[in-house]
Structures are given as C-alpha cells and as structure tokens.
Design a protein around this ligand. Structure first.
Ligand SMILES: Cc1cc2nc3c(=O)[nH]c(=O)nc-3n(C[C@H](O)[C@H](O)[C@H](O)COP(=O)(O)OP(=O)(O)OC[C@H]3O[C@@H](n4cnc5c(N)ncnc54)[C@H](O)[C@@H]3O)c2cc1C
Length: 484
C-alpha cells in the first residue's frame, strides 16, 4: 500500500529518532555496487553516527553502467569508480575490498568470509548483484569467448582487441545489456554480428513489430543479424580466431565472441541459511528478508513492483539505487515503505533510441499504437482503464521530442497518475504527451515526491578530490537534483 505524505513525514521523524535507538550497532553490507553505496550513504544520513559499518566486496566499487563508456574510449577506467579509500574513510566505513562472503548464518548473526573469518552483525544488507550465465556449448570456455559484465571482462576485451582497429565480434544474445555494449563497439567501428535464439532481438524489452524496426535499423548500420537460431559450438583456428557454428548450418568467423545470454542473481552463498529465495532474495516493501534484521536489494532481490502484486527481480540501476536508499534508511532505524519498482529499459541501439516501461507486454491492456517503420518511429501506450501501465517507444536518438516524451511517460507511470479525459486526447494526439503531462499535474507530483520523506544529500563521493565544476542553478536543484 502507498504511503501518504503525512505518513512519509512521520516516517522521516522516525528515521531521526533512530539516531538514539541504533547506538553502536554493527551493520555489515555485502557488495559494493549501487545498492551498497546508496545504502551506506542513507545509513550515515539518517542513522546514529556511532553505527559501525563494514562493507565486503570482491570488486572495487564501480558503476557497471559506465563500463560501455570506458569500452568506447570516452572515459578512462577510473571514471567507472564510485568509491575509493578516501570516501570510505570519510564515511567511516571499514571496506574489505577484494574479499568474498562464503556464507550467511542468521541463527548466530554472523557472516563467514571465504578466508574462514567470521564477522558478527546486528543488521545485514545483501547486495551481491548478479552474474552472467556461461555459454553452455562446446568451445564456450575457450580464450577469446567471454562475458561482458565487469571491470575485468571489459579490460580483457580491450586487451584482446588492442592493435586491431576493426575486430570481428560475434555477440551471442540480443538483450538489453548486450546491446548497451554493442553500441559502444559500434562507436569504435568494430565488425559486429549478433546471434539471438528467440525470433527477434530484444525479446524481453520489445514486441515483434518494434523489434522488427530495430532489426532493419541495425542491418542498415552494417550489423549482421541471425535470429531464431542458436550456437551449436565454437571452434578455434590455429591463429586463435574463432568459428561460431550455428544450429541453422551457418558459420561465422570471429576474433572475439561475447556471451550475453542472461544473468542470474548471486545467491549461492545463502544455501542452507534459511533466507527465503525465489528468483531472487524475497524482500518486503521495507527491503527486509524473512529475517527482519537481514535486508537485501538490487539485482539479487525479488522486490515489490508498481502495477503488480507479484514481487519481481528488476535488474536495473534505478531499482538498485531505490532499494539501497530504502534499505539503508530502515537499517538506520527508519520506517520507510517502498512503493515498488517500475520496470524501465532505455537503450540507444546504434543511435536508435528504444524505451519500454512497466507492463509493456500486457495482453489484457488496451493498446494505442503508432507505427512508421520507414521513419523508424513506433509508439505503443498500454492502458488499464485510464492509467498508463505500459509503453514502448522507438525513435531516432537525435529526436529531442522522442527523448522528452520518454521522460514524461516515465513520470506519468511513476506517479501512477490517472489521466481521465487525457487518455482520449493521447489516442488522437500520441505525439503531444506534454499537454497531458502538464494538465494532469505530473510535474508537480514528481517535484513533491520523495522516497525517504526528505530531501537527499549530494552524493558524498568525488573522484580524487575533484569538486563540482560549477554552481547549479535553483532550477537545477528543483528539477535535476536527486531526491530521497
Ligand atoms: C555493462 C552494463 C551496463 C549497464 N547499463 C545499465 C543501464 O544503462 N541502465 C540500467 O538501468 N542498468 C544498467 N545495468 C545494470 C546495472 O548495472 C545493475 O542493475 C546494477 O549494477 C545492480 O546493482 P547491485 O548493487 O544490485 O549489484 P552490482 O552492481 O552487481 O554489485 C554487486 C557487487 O557485489 C559483489 N559480490 C557478489 N557476491 C559477493 C560475495 N559473496 N562477497 C563479496 N562481494 C560479492 C559483486 O562482485 C559486485 O561487485 C548495466 C549493467 C552492465 C553490466
């Protein structure tokens, strides 16, 4: 159930009162991604300063979202980092980077590290993310066949292609993350082939018609596509290059093969712990597991969802950030309820912008559709009565109207606004989202909506000692500044 602003303010008062309740607790965080860093900032923003925090992560804290920019050569590796020693010191966090948790023991409130050491906790946050699935075919483990998910994977690919201006890359799997990385490779002018087992690309993001438009676009950009077929085996030539053998009899030559066939939440270390898991760790709307002092969030968690009564895993950055903030505030003694995450995929495919939101594949929804394949434009709005509960939008990346419309559709859905007569207006005028957005008061709702009941602090991490380059204007504070 959603909270009123009054209840949220009350929750924020309770967050403040947590300063007394949580004296000298020890909070352990497993992970170093956006869930972990946002949670520790919330604990510090709202909790008793005496709370001890230990963070354990096998990788340096970084944003996976920035990896494509590093791959494309737009930023150096360091710009992917989201925390360093100085940051942890400033936040008074004991960071154990490069270490792994092997087991969680809720019965005696301890975690066991891979080195055998045991740490006790009062509160625990599991923020272990997910791992790419291995390619289960002959040759799937050859050198030069790799996933593309982490800092190490990105470095391996950059090393493997160093000195080769136009490497031949075969990407197996045409999903959201694979295509984010494909875009970076396209920018570099690499020779790209995509193999997708399903009938069309982006099967978990677009319907058949929209995906068809993307396929035409990709083909015109020179990307070779093989859909509706899978890989039988990968063979290595004497010079180290590969031959990818497909089920339909085709063979593709490659310098590098990228396996992008999906991910799985990192849950193995919970076996036998009693922490309830389904597709991910099952959490309530306070991010608590079935053990109230153990929290989970992000890619490894199966949490509440807007426009659904079922918990789902939403492995996307905005969900990870929200989960981390809510978990941290509640660990610090608050009482914050999360309304649920909105599935959103916004993706630039070689300069064709794609977006899908919410229940974009709902067969029971009423659909308004505009399709102009020759102009590479597609819009489908899916309605449950007068509420927009799903959407698919395609348009050129340099079409500013498309980009702002996508943002407004997201706002309409996030605020769960009912559009009343503006639904019919959008049926007639699907390119005039702005009028419905303004008339229904969505901007006002968004500016007053907060996740934790009070304004956010600026993020505490700065790369090195870098300071913001300029002062943000008051308008920036209102419309762009982050909010709790
Ligand atoms: C290349 C790429 C691009 C992306 N782009 C986008 C995008 O544009 N938009 C979007 O919404 N999402 C994007 N994502 C997805 C987004 O990055 C994830 O949803 C997000 O990182 C999840 O955050 P998290 O904190 O749950 O997990 P992670 O960021 O994966 O962090 C979890 C950390 O915990 C560590 N860990 C796991 N197990 C243990 C253990 N037992 N002990 C210690 N440490 C452990 C992991 O190694 C990892 O460092 C992208 C992902 C990738 C790979």
């Amino acid at each position: 159930m959603r909270k009123s602003q009054h209840e949220k303010n009350a929750a924020s008062d309770r967050i403040d009162s947590g300063r007394v309740d949580s004296m000298a607790e020890h909070h352990v965080i497993i992970g170093g991604g956006p869930v972990a860093t946002n949670a520790l900032e919330s604990i510090r923003a709202f909790g008793n300063p005496g709370i001890e925090i230990t963070l354990i992560c096998d990788e340096p804290a970084h944003s996976r979202m920035v990896l494509p920019y590093w791959l494309a050569g737009d930023v150096p590796r360091e710009h992917t980092y989201t925390a360093d020693d100085a940051f942890y010191q400033k936040m008074n966090v004991t960071a154990r980077i490069g270490e792994r948790v092997a087991a969680v023991n809720p019965q005696d409130n301890t975690v066991t590290l891979e080195n055998g050491e045991t740490l006790s906790f009062d509160k625990l946050l599991i923020a272990t993310g997910s791992t790419p699935l291995p390619l289960p075919v002959q040759g799937g483990d050859l050198p030069g066949v790799q996933s593309l998910w982490s800092l190490d994977h990105t470095e391996t690919l950059l090393n493997a292609t160093n000195g080769n201006d136009r490497p031949r890359v075969v990407m197996i799997g045409a999903g959201f993350i694979g295509f984010i990385m494909l875009n970076a490779m396209d920018k570099k002018g690499w020779q790209l082939t995509v193999v997708e087992r399903e009938a069309h690309v982006l099967p978990r993001m677009l319907n058949t018609e929209a995906a068809g438009i993307v396929e035409t676009w990709l083909t015109r950009q020179g990307v070779l596509l093989h859909t509706g077929t899978s890989v039988n085996a990968i063979h290595e030539n004497d010079d180290g290059s590969k031959q990818v053998e497909l089920e339909d009899g085709n063979t593709i030559d490659a310098d590098v093969v990228i396996a992008a066939i999906g991910i799985t939440p990192n849950l193995g270390f919970l076996n036998g712990s009693g922490v309830e898991t389904g597709e991910g760790i099952v959490v309530n709307n306070r991010m608590q597991t079935n053990f109230p002092h153990i929290f989970a969030g992000g890619d490894c968690a199966q949490g509440p969802v807007l426009y659904s009564n079922e918990n789902e895993v939403h492995p996307i950055q905005p969900t990870a950030v929200d989960h981390g903030r809510v978990a941290g505030a509640n660990m610090a003694g608050g009482d914050v309820e999360y309304p649920g995450s909105l599935l959103m995929n916004v993706l630039n495919v070689c300069n064709l912008q794609n977006a899908s939101f919410g229940n974009w594949a709902d067969p029971n929804a009423e659909a308004f559709t505009i399709s102009n394949p020759d102009g590479f434009v597609y819009r489908q709005m899916l309605w449950t009565e007068d509420q927009l509960t799903g959407a698919i939008f395609l348009g050129r990346a340099n079409d500013l109207g498309m980009l702002t419309d996508v943002g407004m559709v997201k706002g309409i859905m996030q605020t769960q606004t009912t559009l009343g007569p503006w639904k019919d207006y959008l049926r007639e005028n699907p390119f005039d989202i702005r009028r419905a957005y303004v008339a229904a008061g969505v901007a006002g709702k968004l500016t007053s909506q907060t996740l934790l009941g009070k304004p956010a602090q600026a993020r505490q991490y700065r790369f090195g000692d870098a300071q913001p380059a300029g002062q943000s204007s008051p308008a920036h504070q209102v419309f762009v500044g982050t909010k709790d």
